[in-house]
Design a protein around this ligand. Structure first.
Ligand SMILES: Cc1cc2nc3c(=O)[nH]c(=O)nc-3n(C[C@H](O)[C@H](O)[C@H](O)COP(=O)(O)OP(=O)(O)OC[C@H]3O[C@@H](n4cnc5c(N)ncnc54)[C@H](O)[C@@H]3O)c2cc1C
Length: 537
């Protein structure tokens, strides 16, 4: 028997108060729903609440990242940098929470431990880590694609006598590096941002690098009041463009192939992109650099030459040049004088492929070559991406089936937003949704979920579930979209590999790599046909 909606504690529970959860709360309130958001952190902002490490900032242009749904919000918020630093983005999301009076429906310091579907009654029972529970007809996960931090598999981490911290669990108080011997482990996007900042003041910085990445210049600039006025006047164009491009960025691939032009024209185009801010060199390059091996070799060779020009010691330059993947086949870190850091006398690069870490010891880090005495260890070792936050919650669906078991060989979803066997659970930025410049995908996902719930409310429907056939068809589309990508041949979070996690050593179909417009077209068709592909009752 379906429990009358008035007998559940809430109509909808949202897990997470990052960009996704905040916007979903606004939309569900508009439907007149009783909503509660449970957030593990002590404030709003998600990524921008947790990642307070030095140098944390956008790689998306600030004005293309902010919410687009409210004209008033666009009119009143000024971005002060083209790529805003974390404190500014956090202030922005706090402003959103205040402006739309969101905090009264958010319960902070409340980590969801489990969510169990109750078929009889058609509702979810959600339990927090402190043992309290709540019931809700619908469950919306807004738990983040990059929100479950992972430490490296190194023995002795707890034995270190000095300070240590993961970048995504950075303290709220200022941290000084003055006079300290600091280690950074990890050279992905976060590691690069951290290293270039810590190198400014640390007495000694030792970078422990397992895999070098191809880093490109960020070329950030301040935005003054006048420029902000100009940017504001172009918001409609900015957001229109983000709707049209492959990955919702302002940049999109050039219509030409790498070999459609002469070598001189090619070099000139690469130089132009290298001198422009943001992800243009990655997603606005020739249209075949991510699919054609020879084309990729051209841009990789160009980037390698740049590293050799910028790093004075040729032996260090060679260590910083990736050998196991081509440019753009892993997430490209954007940098500000990153390579020049290795010209400083206070910075040392340790190549872990030559001298692996044996263990963390009381005084620092022991590699196979020697001991490094340290005052602080910074773990810039990233996240259990895409599914990590799901695996950390005990989701049980129909007949008590566990989501973690169902996804043990890789996630299977319906348009990235629903899962067979888990009725009334809708996912924002779940595995297999379009990512790219993420807020554009967030707004789309939230609006799609809201439309579905409105459709159900208007017809007095109380249960929605993805079908096996729907999931199969969507997974085929995800697979087709990834065909031919060179990134499929590379271990990274794009291919679901994280050697710091058990059972995640093999590549899997972990993300949707097609275009955002095709993704939206598919989801729009589902809605237009009255969600016939889903089981509604
Ligand atoms: C350092 C960094 C830089 C980034 N830069 C960019 C960028 O430039 N451009 C871009 O497009 N994207 C960027 N991203 C991606 C970023 O995650 C998204 O842009 C966006 O912030 C995701 O919002 P979200 O609300 O979906 O998830 P999140 O911001 O991750 O929020 C999820 C929230 O859910 C909470 N949560 C998770 N599990 C539970 C639980 N069990 N119980 C209760 N609460 C829970 C978390 O505490 C968190 O607050 C970056 C990510 C990182 C880590």
């Amino acid at each position: 028997m379906t429990l009358p909606i008035s007998e559940t504690d809430f109509d909808a529970v949202i897990i997470g108060a990052g960009m996704s959860g905040l916007y979903q709360l606004i939309r569900l309130r508009e439907l007149g729903m009783r909503v509660r958001v449970f957030e593990a952190g002590g404030g709003v902002g998600g990524t921008w609440y947790w990642n307070r490490y030095p140098g944390a900032r956008f790689d998306s242009e600030s004005y293309s990242y902010g919410y687009s749904f409210s004209k008033e919000l666009l009119a009143e918020w000024d971005w002060t940098e083209h790529f805003a630093p974390q404190p500014e983005t956090l202030r922005y999301l706090e402003h959103v929470a205040d402006r739309f009076d969101l905090r009264r429906d958010i319960q902070f310091d409340s980590r969801v431990r489990s969510a169990h579907w109750q078929e009889e009654g058609r509702f979810w029972r959600v339990a927090l880590e402190d043992g309290t529970t709540a019931t809700s007809r619908f469950l919306v996960t807004a738990i983040g694609p990059l929100s479950a931090p992972t430490l490296p598999r190194i023995d002795g981490i707890d034995s270190f006598n000095g300070e240590s911290c993961h970048t995504a669990r950075w303290p709220h108080e200022p941290v000084s590096f003055d006079g300290k011997r600091v280690a950074v482990i990890g050279t992905g996007a976060t590691g690069v941002q951290t290293i270039q900042e810590v190198a400014k003041t640390a007495k000694q910085l030792t970078v422990f690098q397992r895999t070098p990445n191809w880093c490109a210049p960020l070329l950030n600039r301040k935005i003054d009041k006048e420029e902000m006025v100009r940017i504001r006047s172009t918001y409609p164009d900015i957001f229109r463009r983000c709707q049209e491009t492959f990955a919702c960025f302002l940049h999109t691939a050039d219509p030409r192939g790498t070999f459609d032009v002469t070598p001189e024209e090619r070099e000139a185009f690469f130089e132009k992109l290298y001198a422009e801010p943001g992800f243009g060199i990655w997603v606005g390059n020739f249209n075949d650099i991510l699919t054609n091996r020879e084309a990729n070799a051209q841009i990789s060779d160009f980037m390698a030459r740049k590293i050799r020009q910028r790093v004075k010691d040729p032996a260090i330059a060679e260590k910083l040049i990736p050998r196991n993947h081509g440019f753009g086949t892993r997430r490209v870190p954007l940098e500000t004088r990153y390579y020049e850091v290795y010209n400083q006398p206070n910075v040392e690069l340790v190549d872990l492929t030559e001298t692996p870490i044996e263990r963390v010891i009381r005084s620092g880090i022991r590699t196979t070559a020697r001991d490094y005495d340290l005052d602080m260890i910074i773990y810039a070792t990233g996240f259990d991406a895409l599914t990590g936050a799901f695996d950390r919650i005990d989701f049980r669906g129909v007949d008590g089936r566990r989501l973690k078991d169902d996804w043990s060989e890789g996630a299977e979803t319906y348009v990235g937003m629903a899962v067979e066997g888990f009725p009334n659970m809708l996912m924002l930025l779940g595995p297999h949704t379009a990512l790219g410049n993420i807020p554009r995908s967030i707004e789309y996902n939230v609006d799609w979920v809201t439309d579905l719930l409105r459709f159900m409310r208007d017809r007095e429907l109380t249960r929605v579930e993805a079908t096996g056939e729907g999931v199969e068809a969507w997974m085929e589309m995800v697979e087709r979209a990834s065909e031919g990508l060179l990134s499929n041949e590379v271990n990274s979070w794009f291919t679901g590999v994280n050697t710091n996690i058990d059972g995640r050593h093999n590549r899997r179909l972990s993300r949707y790599s097609g275009s955002a417009p095709s993704y939206r077209e598919r989801c729009n068709a589902v809605a237009k046909e009255g969600y016939k592909e889903m089981l509604l009752s």
